[in-house]
Design a protein around this ligand. Structure first.
Ligand SMILES: Nc1nc2c(ncn2[C@@H]2O[C@H](COP(=O)(O)O)[C@@H](O)[C@H]2O)c(=O)[nH]1
Ligand SMILES: [Mn+2]
Ligand SMILES: [Mn+2]
Length: 294
């Protein structure tokens, strides 16, 4: 059982028995619990950019995985930009500055950004290991001096940067976390199971919008070239059984670009880059009623 309710009514998520094999987890929960089936779970068509914003709503513009390829992206009208990581190739300070300049050129009232596995310099533990060991894997990153990247976050002057932290914007509580299941030893990679669950357990119950770099199990997490689901099972259980945000925004799996709902949470994978790193998927807009508006 992945969920327990304490005597104080608090929900506790534990490591799922299928945690280490998301494809098997998906099949099991689909067959035995219809967990990914209609009518609750279904695809959602993106809002056209010229759709009028309903009165009393905030328009969020979701982008992800721009990978230093922002030049041709047509940005739609909106109030708050959400970028869910992989804004660079390697997290080089020069790339971060270029991304920050692009953010500065955008008209949104607020811009919120998290890191992804490609923002190597943002992951202090990763950099400490890289400097000790693997000079040849990421030579341009290994050449950096600590003083070049120690304070790399401070280059992001044109947004709110979240890392296991939250911000309240226009009354919406927004929480962001960069962690993804270990894959080829990039930044912010953690083993599936308790290590990732420890990070998800830091997400407060009452957040309205959750930003992660990667998907939860079953929601735009399919990798066709490997015929695998790669979303995090503990993230799904945390989202559906404990946190229940109105919007879960992410990217990470470029092939999974698109929108789904489970009937309560809307899941948006807004990966701009395709699997061949072409920045051709358009940003996705999403309207939410302002908190306090009933
Ligand atoms: N089988 C898996 N494939 C993965 C995973 N994470 C990413 N990917 C694949 O790589 C691309 C690009 O990801 P990026 O982080 O390098 O930009 C992604 O679209 C997938 O095809 C994973 O955990 N398992
Ligand atoms: Mn990416
Ligand atoms: Mn990534």
């Amino acid at each position: 059982m992945a969920r327990r309710i304490s005597s104080q009514g608090k929900v506790t998520i534990s490591v799922d028995e299928y945690s280490s094999n998301p494809t098997q987890a998906f099949t099991h929960y689909n067959i035995n619990q219809s967990r990914f089936q209609p009518p609750h779970v279904h695809m959602v068509e993106p809002l056209p950019y010229d759709a009028p914003k309903p009165v009393g709503h905030t328009r969020f513009v979701c982008v992800s995985d721009t990978h230093s390829r922002t030049d041709g992206i047509q940005m739609p009208f909106g109030d708050v930009l959400l970028h869910t990581g992989d804004f660079t190739e390697l997290g080089l300070p020069s790339e971060v500055k270029k991304f920050n300049d692009w953010l500065g050129s955008l008209p949104y009232e607020y811009k919120v950004v998290i890191a992804g596995n490609h923002e190597l310099t943002f992951d202090k533990d990763f950099m400490a290991e890289l400097i000790k060991q693997d000079y040849y894997r990421f030579p341009s990153v290994s050449k950096l001096r600590p003083e070049d990247f120690d304070d790399v976050q401070s280059l992001l002057t044109n947004c709110v940067y979240l890392q296991d932290s939250e911000v309240t914007i226009k009354g919406f509580r927004i929480y962001g976390a960069p962690w993804t299941p270990w894959f080829n030893g990039w930044g912010f990679n953690l083993p599936r199971g308790q290590s990732l669950l420890d990070k998800w357990n830091q997400i407060p119950e009452d957040v309205d919008i959750l930003m992660t770099h990667g998907p939860p199990l079953g929601f735009r997490d399919w990798v066709p070239k490997e015929l695998q689901r790669v979303g995090c099972v503990e993230l799904l259980n945390t989202v559906q059984k404990r946190v229940r945000p109105k919007l879960h925004a992410y990217g990470g799996i470029h092939e999974g670009y698109g929108i789904m709902t489970d009937g309560y949470t809307t899941f948006i994978n807004s990966s701009t880059c395709t699997v061949s790193f072409q920045p051709t998927n358009p940003p996705i807009i999403f309207d939410l009623p302002n908190p306090g508006n009933s």
